[in-house]
Design a protein around this ligand. Structure first.
Ligand SMILES: Cc1cc2nc3c(=O)[nH]c(=O)nc-3n(C[C@H](O)[C@H](O)[C@H](O)COP(=O)(O)OP(=O)(O)OC[C@H]3O[C@@H](n4cnc5c(N)ncnc54)[C@H](O)[C@@H]3O)c2cc1C
Length: 180
């Protein structure tokens, strides 16, 4: 079975990994010219960490993350505007990590075969038969998982739109115990 993922952000890559782990052939179309380092620090909350663990990435994420980073919002001068009681949240829900977005994206990229990643390709339209038109031409897949800004045409009850979160949770083995 072939799956085409439109968008190589955290959600699209996670969906691709989940499908790949289930034996699907996956391709990820990303409109950006390259999968490069982007962003800043990310807070990896307990449910996100459980989802990443279900994708086989828990250990690698922990190895790149900071475990006891303070969580909240600071003013420009560094003083706290809002500060979460992380200890209480960790006691209640589990580990809470901080990780650079570029490191997370690199781990997600590494979990996929290199030829699954197709940067510099913007999807334009998804047809009900699974054909996708894009900047390089067309391709087809049994399942298409996509971004909202792609044209899903013609709108029809035959077109199944997949919610990334539900798809990843389902393919990763169901709702993780204690998910928040
Ligand atoms: C400032 C900021 C801070 C955040 N901090 C946190 C945090 O600490 N912890 C946390 O859990 N979440 C955080 N988030 C939220 C988190 O970043 C998002 O939930 C997550 O990145 C969404 O991933 P995504 O793959 O759905 O979308 P995106 O990351 O937006 O990825 C979509 C990708 O699809 C590509 N694309 C779009 N259209 C097409 C097309 N037609 N063809 C091909 N490619 C296409 C885009 O180029 C992009 O790469 C933060 C968000 C922001 C903005």
């Amino acid at each position: 079975m072939h799956a085409l993922i439109i968008g190589g952000g955290i959600g699209g890559l996670a969906a691709a990994i989940a499908l790949h782990r289930h034996g699907w052939q996956v391709r990820v179309l990303e409109q950006a010219p390259a999968f490069t380092e982007v962003g800043a620090g990310l807070s990896i909350q307990p449910n996100a960490l459980r989802a990443l663990a279900a994708l086989g990435l828990g250990g690698r994420v922990r190895a790149h993350a900071v475990a006891d980073a303070p969580v909240g919002v600071r003013r420009a001068d560094g003083t706290w505007l809002i500060r979460n009681d992380v200890d209480r949240l960790i006691r209640r829900h589990g580990p809470w990590l901080a990780l650079h977005r570029a490191d997370l994206l690199a781990l997600l990229h590494q979990a996929l075969p290199p030829d699954a990643l197709r940067p510099g390709v913007q999807a334009h339209q998804v047809r009900p038969d699974g054909t996708v038109t894009h900047t390089d031409g067309t391709c087809a897949a049994d399942v298409v998982v996509g971004e909202d800004d792609v044209q899903w045409a013609p709108r029809s009850e035959d077109v199944r739109l997949f919610c990334l979160e539900r798809l990843v949770t389902r393919l990763a083995g169901g709702r993780p115990p204690g998910a928040v």
